[in-house]
Design a binder for this molecule. Sequence first.
Ligand SMILES: O=C(O)[C@H](O)[C@@H](O)[C@H](O)[C@H](O)COP(=O)(O)O
Length: 235
Amino acid sequence: MPIHTIVHDDPEALVTGASTRLVERLTTLQQTQPVPQLCLTGGRIANRIYRGLAARLAGSELDGTRVELWWGDERFVPVDHEDRNAGEALAILAPALQMDPSRVHPMPAADGNVSIEDSADGYAAELGETSFDICLLGVGPDGHVASLFPGHPSLGATNARVVAVHEAPKPPAERLSLTLSTLNRSREVWFVVSGADKAEAVRRAHAGEEGLPAAMVRGTESTVWLIDSDAASQL
Ligand SMILES: O=C(O)[C@H](O)[C@@H](O)[C@H](O)[C@H](O)COP(=O)(O)O
């Protein structure tokens, strides 16, 4: 299935475009299913998009209480640690969406009791057979998505839904990540990428480079790249 790439002039336009698209798409999904399933990503541009989403909610027809939130990856740190992907996302989205807590599924935090492997298994059980209507993914300069890094063993962990990541090349070293097979069950995959330092990864992903995580994820219905002109500069 072909990928679709939308290039915005600058990060601000990308944030406006992506957050508007999210509100519209989730609103449309709510007309045919009670609770759309949305998988969130960490990263700077994603957090700006969540702010845009929160700002656009008031005047929209989106029922924020009828969205189920999941995470594609998490840094395995204590729950109140500033590095946690879910921390900032929830601080932005929870008050805006007025979410039903039973519909919010942050990945487990390191609590000193449950191992990272058991935490991965626990999230896999929570996820069950869920497949996402929309899966947002940031991309690293090395082409990583979620916490699946090029050449790292976690990329090959396709039998499980969730993998415990050790020795990640980007700190912190311990992380939890959805596996490629879980990400690839998503109906729509939306890559959100900003900045010149991502241009090479964007080019390599668009070329379908073997072994590059960002080239290995596709939605079952659609795959869209929402990027700014700096990230698109090598296309
Ligand atoms: O856990 C992480 O380290 C982040 O989730 C990471 O995977 C992020 O999504 C990308 O690196 C893009 O992030 P930026 O938009 O900040 O570049």
